[in-house]
Design a protein around this ligand. Structure first.
Ligand code: 13P
Length: 214
């Protein structure tokens, strides 16, 4: 587990490349942040991940001011606001995976089509209403959709996954995309069948800390 600021900066760069390798992102879309002490380390805006270095990562203070060679991600507001609203969260991964984004374009929540929906913290994964990228309105909508949840969709945009660690948030991003693929496929076959809320409660209880918690 990375502990120093430099280790965290390097881990962010590695996670950006991993996002692209995993196929959950492409180009300069998406962004990542990691909490360090009383501030946040965040990817710079519009920077291709292939050329990103540890020194390019921007320091984002909780008052919104930044320190660094480059400009912070345009989505710094929701990274800052989610970190403020969820003290247990140490990392946030925002990406534009194809299937999750298709479901978000339709403005749909992902329902309990599979018991693994519980890894996001409840019986569904909510879709935050659309707002222009980088705005306070988008941030408010995202924070609300993440109440009692570790992931949400963003209408006409993508997803956010949060975690106690960066590897945890990255893992959850892939889980959400897998669920979205399953939901997308199910919708081709007819009306999606969902598990009842009491079964998801049982799964949540049984899972406990199941998942990638490194
Ligand atoms: P940034 O390059 O500013 O991080 O923006 C990418 C993005 O995905 C906006 O939602």
């Amino acid at each position: 587990m990375e502990t120093t600021e430099l280790e965290k900066r390097r881990a962010i760069v590695a996670a950006c490349l991993e996002m692209n390798r995993l196929g959950i992102n492409q180009g300069t879309s998406g962004n990542i942040s990691v909490r360090h002490e009383d501030y946040v380390l965040i990817t710079p805006t519009s920077t291709p991940y292939e050329t990103l270095t540890a020194s390019d990562i921007v320091k984002l203070n909780m008052d919104g001011t930044t320190e660094g060679l480059l400009q912070a991600s345009s989505e710094w507001r929701f990274h800052r606001d989610i970190m403020a609203a969820k003290p247990e969260v140490n990392a946030i991964v925002h990406s534009h995976p194809i299937y999750s984004t298709m479901i978000a374009i339709m403005g749909l929540d992902i329902p309990a089509i599979h018991y693994m929906v519980a890894v996001a913290g409840g019986s569904d994964i909510k879709c935050a209403p659309y707002a222009t990228f980088g705005t306070s309105e988008l941030s408010e909508n995202a924070v609300k959709a993440l109440e009692n949840r570790k992931a949400c969709l963003l209408e006409h945009h993508g997803i956010i996954a949060v975690g106690t660690s960066l590897s945890n948030a990255l893992w959850l991003s892939v889980e959400v995309e897998t669920l979205a693929r399953q939901y997308h496929g199910t919708l081709q076959l007819g009306q999606a069948r969902v598990l009842p809320p009491d079964e998801i409660s049982r799964v949540l209880e049984k899972m406990g800390t199941y998942g990638h918690n490194k």
